[in-house]
Ligand binder design. Sequence first.
Ligand SMILES: [Zn+2]
Ligand SMILES: [Zn+2]
Length: 248
Amino acid sequence: MARLYTCDLHNHTCMSPCAQLDMHPRALVQAFLARGLDIVAITDHNASENIAHIMQAAQGSPLVVIPGMEVTTREEAHVLGLFQSLEAVAQFQEIVYSRLPGENDEKRFGCQPIVNELEEVEAFNTHLLFSATDMALDEVTAGIHRLDGIAIASHIDRSFFSVVSQLGFVPESARFDGLEISAALGIAGGRRRFPELAQYSFITSSDAHCLNDVGRSCTGLQLESPCFEEIKLALGHRAGRYVAESLP
Ligand SMILES: [Zn+2]
Ligand SMILES: [Zn+2]
């Protein structure tokens, strides 16, 4: 049934070095449901191992979990990649790990636990997730698109780690499917600040790094059903699907 779905397409888990350790799959799913979210994307920095466990934790609930990743490009810009399946995000993960130098130093950056839906630590991610890949921006978005994924520029209004802060503009060659405005500014504020980007779909997300921030900012998408292909249509404002720039 066509309706407005409440979506938060940018969330970290305990595996992201800068996120709180209590963001394990079960707690996250509880928080997503408590905030009334219909669709969430899981987007750890350069990593994806906790997504399957979050999908497990969400089983039997109405929550739809989209696999994703927040990649750091060579220019130190953050880009969200959203994918149709765990297989697609795993393929993208392989490319990212082959282009991500370094090993994590737990004393400096903290541990990066892979936690299952039963709250058991299965392993620790040993990659230096905090660092940048050596992939250029266009290479990252082309890689996402090659796997039929959705590429969104993260928090373009932020003065660090954003496409705009690093390059000064949003290059057309990156062919972004949408641009994210941070929770602090919101979509209406983003439209006022970036009139030159009027042709792009804007979303806003929580970019949650702690449980309290889950759902603090979300986007309404008008969809026929809560799934990846519908999100793609909505970002392209196609076939009657669209991004509602304010939620009722
Ligand atoms: Zn970011
Ligand atoms: Zn983030």
